[in-house]
Design a protein around this ligand. Structure first.
Ligand code: ZN
Length: 272
């Protein structure tokens, strides 16, 4: 009996640990709770259809392009965007305008053409555009598909910036770009998704605050879900205009192509 009692505490400890471990797997992961907390702060994305022009106005987009033929635009390299790549600056001091200034004077060196460049920098209250979406940037993977086919978006991290508002503005910008360029949600990528040849590890921990342990997980999926809901509002507007039931993917794409043609001869100048 005494012997059995002596064995009881370790057995109980083992059982307790087992219960704790099994309970833990049922708890939300850190990333999931991060997304849930952010979702509560932001509130759910509205279901109401939204005019794509109104959505664009909400972005508060400032166009401050790198001078044509210079620095990141010294080579004329056309691009038809197929993907959207999300980054964060990891720069505690520079806001979106400071990044525009640095790009416009060729201060950020690197990449294939000798100068880093990307399409948009987002902060809490503004989006600044640096490159037309019809030109390739240098922000992801040297001469890989991330640079050759994707629109690069940097989220600011400077002190005093509203991170939540930055993520939300980025989600809206991404949704608008998906709409205008017919880019599917699965082609919205974290920088992480584009391996960099010759680097160890090849996949960068970027945008770090949307990843778990340096990899896309529940927080990234939360962000992509948010993008998708903003995009759905734009699609819903088209459907409401047409007075039709939700269309098949093929019909939706045909309609989007017709809209794109119309836009090239009308008001849409920068994002399209
Ligand atoms: Zn990055």
């Amino acid at each position: 009996m005494k012997r059995i009692l002596l064995f009881l505490p370790p057995v109980l400890l083992g059982v307790t640990l087992l219960i704790l471990v099994s309970c833990n797997t049922n708890q939300p992961q850190t990333g999931s709770s991060k997304g849930q907390i952010w979702e509560r702060h932001l509130g759910a994305v509205a279901n109401a259809p939204l005019h794509p022009g109104e959505a664009q106005k909400e972005l508060n987009l400032k166009v401050d392009l790198i001078p044509e033929g210079k620095y990141g635009r010294r080579l004329s390299r056309e691009m038809t965007p197929r993907y959207i790549t999300i980054h964060s600056t990891q720069n505690p001091t520079g806001d979106a305008h400071a990044h525009a200034k640095a790009l416009n004077r060729g201060a950020l060196r690197g990449g294939v053409c000798g100068y880093l460049c990307w399409h948009f920098t987002v902060q809490g209250d503004t989006v600044v555009q640096h490159l037309p979406t019809s030109e390739r940037g240098e922000h992801a993977d040297f001469d890989g598909p991330g640079n050759r086919y994707s629109i690069g978006i940097e989220m600011c991290e400077h002190k005093g910036n509203d991170q939540l508002a930055t993520m939300e503005r980025t989600a809206k910008l991404t949704a608008s770009l998906m709409y205008h360029h017919q880019i599917p949600i699965e082609n919205v990528r974290a920088h992480y998704h584009w391996p960099r040849e010759g680097y160890n590890p090849p996949n960068k921990n970027c945008p770090h605050f949307l990843l778990e342990n340096g990899q896309p997980g529940t927080t990234w999926r939360w962000f992509v879900g948010r993008v998708q809901r903003h995009h759905q509002r734009l699609i819903a507007f088209d459907e409401a205009q047409g007075g039709q039931k939700p269309r098949s993917e093929g019909a939706r794409r045909r309609q989007q192509m017709a809209q794109r043609l119309w836009r090239t001869v009308s008001e849409f100048v920068r994002l399209g």
